[in-house]
Design a protein around this ligand. Structure first.
Ligand SMILES: NC(=O)c1ccc[n+]([C@@H]2O[C@H](COP(=O)([O-])OP(=O)(O)OC[C@H]3O[C@@H](n4cnc5c(N)ncnc54)[C@H](OP(=O)(O)O)[C@@H]3O)[C@@H](O)[C@H]2O)c1
Length: 282
């Protein structure tokens, strides 16, 4: 049986719909069914479901709140919770697919260069540190694991940059968007398909990077321009100084897709993904 944690989140929901379409059975659990911070509940849930595959989508994802008021909860969910899931996956012999983030990296690579999967981690934020500790827990406890680092996630089932830009465009004539932070957007559908692909085609266990494709990293400004290309709004490039945030943002977290592509998975470009995301949402 397949088990999805965080099944009501942005990625978990996409994954459920993907498996529904493909007629694949699964058990969906969010915090109400299996609070991952409760080791006993996790163990009991695994004992009942006996999963062979666990898609671990549950996480604390409020990056700025994690710096102060959410600090403890961020640790509890992303570290203790992931440890509990990894231990249970090992105990019941399940393959674990853990989702991590570009925030595990320092984010200071010169623009134009990409982060390989074996690049040393050096997180700069509380969220990044806990996601890295989650990666370490997965390596330590799970026998069979895929850790997929992703970034700039958007999908039809949660809050994200695409919806934020669209909402802002409803009430403003001009928008300033940062053009000095580089990376690649990821549609939840592409990520969900990749997670299933890794398991179904029995790829080598270990680390992978996955986003949508582009020739090189793009800026949030580039992304916003494409999102709003048919809207009556002017998008202006601005520097990060104009958007102070509690959690430091990576300047360049463009991750190499070479390893993901070498598995035979075809990665749509981010523009193709955005088009398909719009169609899906209609
Ligand atoms: N969003 C991004 O841009 C981004 C970028 C890089 C990596 N990621 C990673 O991608 C993965 C999926 O992210 P997402 O965007 O789908 O996040 P999300 O929408 O915030 O979903 C996370 C889900 O986990 C649930 N959850 C929280 N605490 C839990 C607990 N104690 N036990 C069980 N479930 C719990 C949440 O429930 P509540 O909503 O009720 O709290 C939510 O349904 C995460 O690992 C995240 O770190 C995301």
């Amino acid at each position: 049986m397949i088990l999805i944690t965080g099944a009501n989140g942005q990625l978990g929901t996409e994954l459920r719909y993907l498996l529904d379409e493909r007629g694949v059975d699964y058990v969906a659990a969010d915090v109400a069914e299996m609070d991952i911070t409760d080791a006993e509940k996790v163990d009991a849930f695994f004992a009942d479901v006996k999963p062979t595959v666990v898609y671990h989508c549950a996480a604390y994802t409020a990056v700025d709140a994690a710096e102060d008021e959410g600090k403890e909860l961020n640790y509890k969910i992303n570290v203790t919770g992931t440890e509990n899931v990894a231990k249970a996956a090992a105990k019941y012999g399940a393959t674990l697919v853990y989702i991590s983030t570009d925030y595990v990296f320092e984010g200071q690579k010169p623009v134009g260069l990409e982060l390989e999967v074996d690049e040393p981690a050096n997180p700069q934020t509380e969220y990044g540190r806990t996601k890295r500790l989650g990666e370490e827990a997965v390596e330590k406890y799970a026998d069979k694991f895929y850790t997929v680092r992703t970034a700039w996630v958007f999908g039809n089932y949660g809050k994200n940059f695409v919806f934020t830009m669209q909402n802002l465009a409803e009430t403003r004539d001009t928008l300033g968007v940062v053009n000095d932070q580089f990376g690649r957007p990821t549609w939840t559908r592409t990520l969900a398909e990749f997670m299933v692909h890794l398991v179904e085609t029995k790829q080598a266990f270990g680390y992978y990077h996955l986003s949508n494709d582009s020739e090189k990293g793009i800026s949030w400004y580039d992304f916003a321009k494409e999102i709003l290309k048919d809207k009556d709004v002017t998008v202006n490039p601005v520097s990060s100084d104009q958007f102070p945030a509690k959690a430091k943002r990576p300047l360049n977290s463009t991750m190499s897709l070479a390893k993901a592509k070498a598995t035979g998975f075809t990665i749509p470009t981010w523009q193709e993904a955005l088009e398909a995301f719009y169609k899906q949402g209609k």
